[in-house]
Design a protein around this ligand. Structure first.
Ligand SMILES: [Zn+2]
Length: 88
């Protein structure tokens, strides 16, 4: 019984929050967010500043390098495991 009441209250709160979100989206002009720092930018831009763009590109490069390192590590570990088992 108590759980049911709490559930109803949650539903009412969720509904009113959804209304608030609708009000907000009506007021704010269409925009995007900087892919690095999430600051609002115009629809044509992807980043708020060249520094953010550079930071994002550097991060992407670092992630790619990390991914290659993981691949190499997996291959090396696979060969080591096979050598340990004695199949090579
Ligand atoms: Zn930014």
């Amino acid at each position: 019984m108590v759980g049911n009441v709490v559930g109803k209250i949650d539903l009412v709160q969720t509904a009113s929050m959804a209304k608030d979100v609708c009000k907000l989206t009506e007021r704010v002009a269409p925009h995007r967010h900087c892919r690095q720092c999430s600051k609002p930018v115009s629809m044509e831009d992807t980043f708020c500043s060249p520094a953010c763009e550079n930071g994002f590109k550097n991060g992407l490069r670092r992630k790619k390098r990390q991914l290659y390192l993981y691949y190499i590590m997996i291959i090396v570990l696979l060969f080591l495991a096979l050598a340990y088992v004695g199949k090579i």
